[in-house]
Design a protein around this ligand. Sequence first.
Ligand SMILES: [Zn+2]
Length: 265
Amino acid sequence: MRRLLIVLPITLLALGACQDHPTSPVVRPLESRGGSSNTNVVHVIYLVPSDRSVQKGYEKRLKRAMENLQIWYRNALGTGESFSLAKRIVQVYRTPHTASWYATQPNDCSATLIFWCNTLDEGFALTRGMFNDPHNIWVFYIDSDPACGQAVGGTSGVALLPANDLRGLVGQTTSNVCTGAPEPDQGVNRWVGGLGHELGHAFGLPHPAECDPVQTASCPLQSIMWFGYLTYPDAFLTDDEKTFLEASPFFAPIHLPTKLPTVGR
Ligand SMILES: [Zn+2]
């Protein structure tokens, strides 16, 4: 179940807080939102540790980021297809543990996967999410920082992004999880691109073969699955990536606005 790895070259960072939302009963929307008949959908789950408060700004920005990516993927594919979003795009869950617990509570995973396993075990229990769910992609955000070297990322129908990605999405200062130092502002789009990259992994996309494990001269640097997340929305899908997504049950014809909306400043 939770054993799959991944781990991408993305560094994700952190900060957070505002309030209230019970530990809701599980709601699994079966209908997708928007103009598609596809019932296979992407869920975004915002996990709020017990010592953090719900930040409405995070919730709102996550929704806009997903709507933006849905259009970006449609445009990048060029077939009129994209993924569908759960009827309630972002669901908020309060968790029973403090933010620091996820990076420090020992479990039976390797040291680099402690944060990954603690967060996903809990996230799955709260939502009934799972790896390789044929009908649902599960994107978890948690307002908690991994320790230096602990993995986050996406694979096998699931993505996990930590507090820095929430901070980045709303323009808050991110901090280096190894040094604690504040990081330069990379702009909101970098964090939308980061989500787009991890979502790609969750759909099953690997890094481009020309880039990983060895970056060759023909590496498509600006693929969303390589460094394109840094320059998002100026990024693309390679032909191989398009072929893969066109065959995915998560991609279907969908009616969406033409223009890529702005996520925020
Ligand atoms: Zn990656």
